[in-house]
Design a protein around this ligand. Sequence first.
Ligand SMILES: *Cc1c(COP(=O)(O)O)cnc(C)c1O
Length: 370
Amino acid sequence: MQVPFIDLKTQYKALKKEIDSNIQKVLDHGAYVNGPEVVECEKKLAEFVGSKYALTAASGTDALLIPMMALGIGPGDEVITTAFSFIATAETIVLAGATPVYVDVDPKTFNIDVSKIEAAITPKTKAIAPVSLYGQVADMDEINAIAKKHNLFVLEDSAQSFGAMYKGKRSCNLSIVGGTSFFPAKPLGCYGDGGAIFCNDEKLHIAMKEIREHGSEVRYYHTRLGVNGRLDTLQCAIILAKMQRYPWEIEQRNRVAKRYSQAFAAIKAKDFSFPFVHEHNTSVWAQYTLTVSDRAAFIKTLSESGVPTSVHYPRIMPDQPWYAKHGGRVHGDVSHARWAADHCVSLPMYPDMDEKTQDYVIEKVIQALK
Ligand SMILES: *Cc1c(COP(=O)(O)O)cnc(C)c1O
């Protein structure tokens, strides 16, 4: 049996009618950029998240960079973030001109360890940029409280957590601004690159909208430094179709995760762990990630049985070659993050995974750990 890591084909088949007809509508009206589906998509996204405003963006990376530019985060500023994330988290801080300051993760959730944040604050600190990793929201109440005390911005990197719940509220709407990604492999994906930004502040929303459009207030009149950060109409039309099924997909992702966790609860192996989710959180399971002691052997054994795995992420951001030279400062010791980078491994996870396929994965995981 060859198991897919994610299965977008079954999803497409289930939505084929809606997706095809939404695409055809765009081809017929021809407004490929800034078309009516963009506005409609943003309205639906804001409704879903519960925020006042939503802006689609060309990628999750732009959905992080644009808010930083709008908030005036730049040279001389420090932004506190986790050491353990996809590189775009640190990259956008550097692109904005600021310095990332990395702190360690909580070894249970692999999200930023909030008890380490305050000690990393300096007079240069301008913002905290937590990541809601693997689909579970970071400890936003604690982070917002620290930010309030020290007068800092909080930008949630929600690239992996669109749709996740935290104490009854949606990810992306838990701080001054949140940015998500619609990269195809994310919980809600489009058919290319894409992202979105959420906020409740009108001035910030307008600034971000202008930055997304080359910093123009009106066409050919540029009052700010901007980027071309728009999401095209076709992608918005696809997201509109996919959003109809997304609440069901979140339930299914949780069904799959629950079955995995029930099966793995009995495993006693060195360094083995399966995901811990706080009671106040509902994850969207961007990844279902284990830790194992001999990762290379584990991956090889599973792969020989037709079970693909993936490593998110094999190297912490401050240890990436360019970043080790230029990109920021590590605060204190980041040993939990380094340990995670050495031991984490993600299993196949998608809403349409049937029980037979999952039982096969479970059997192979248990065998590999014996
Ligand atoms: C995917 C991802 C991004 C970047 O999103 P893109 O759409 O690929 O640009 C940023 N941060 C995290 C944590 C991600 O997983």
